[in-house]
Design a protein around this ligand. Structure first.
Ligand SMILES: Nc1nc2c(ncn2[C@@H]2O[C@H](COP(=O)(O)OP(=O)(O)O)[C@@H](O)[C@H]2O)c(=O)[nH]1
Ligand SMILES: [Mg+2]
Length: 201
């Protein structure tokens, strides 16, 4: 059968695949977030927190946590039939910083997860993406029992630029995480459009 020009694209939808990083401090919910939305069984490379790792991995506030991601989380979500996201949860611990440059290669954008009880844990991730002009948004993972702050106060504490979106989310909730991911894609697209305008005008 010969496909007419008007038929083009109707039968074979080649999805666009985009790479999104999920960053943030240790225990903030990166593995949980990837697991909440991934259509494939998320690939996790976790090791049990060993006695040896304890002095290094600060567990204050995440006492229930017994495993830690040593390499990264990996998952996939189809946002629309023509748009597939690959998620890379980057290790929060400082001793894995060396992996970030590899992981951020070709990334469309990033989610920086934050926990208001330990806000400073995400400063390094924000610095990292700002310095490299990688579009990111901040997702505040709302753990129950932690105080709620107005978004404006959190923005100020994080010293966020006005155009960086900040969303409250629940890393365990698929719809909530989807909103965050759509937010990253839209923010990255908007920033790319701004840059194109800046170049052509
Ligand atoms: N109550 C609550 N617990 C969460 C939430 N997100 C993650 N957790 C728990 O917090 C711990 C750390 O989450 P994890 O995803 O492993 O953090 P990671 O180190 O950033 O990958 C786990 O025990 C999760 O079950 C959340 O939104 N609410
Ligand atoms: Mg993890």
């Amino acid at each position: 059968m010969i496909l007419g020009r008007s038929e083009r694209g109707k039968h074979l939808i080649e999805p666009v695949t985009l790479k999104i990083l999920v960053a943030g401090g240790f225990g903030v919910g990166k593995t949980t977030l990837v697991g909440a939305v991934s259509e494939i069984r998320p690939l996790r490379t976790e090791e049990l927190l060993t006695e040896a790792g304890r002095p290094v991995d600060d567990l204050t506030g995440v006492e229930g946590k017994h495993t830690t991601t040593v390499a990264m989380d990996f998952g996939r979500i189809t946002l629309r039939e023509d748009l597939v996201l690959y998620l890379f949860g980057t290790p929060g611990q400082e001793r894995f910083w060396f992996m970030w440059d590899e992981l951020s290669e070709g990334a469309l954008g990033a989610v920086v997860l934050a926990d208001t009880r330990r806000l400073e844990d995400c400063f390094a991730a924000i610095d990292y993406f700002e310095r490299r002009s990688i579009p990111f948004l901040v997702g505040v993972n709302c753990f129950e029992g932690s105080a709620r702050y107005p978004a404006g106060d959190i923005r100020k504490a994080l010293d966020l630029d006005d155009d960086v979106p900040l969303l409250l989310c629940d890393a365990r909730d698929r719809e909530s995480v989807k909103d965050v991911l759509v937010g990253v894609v839209e923010h990255a697209m908007a920033q790319a459009a701004d840059r194109r305008r800046a170049v052509t005008t």
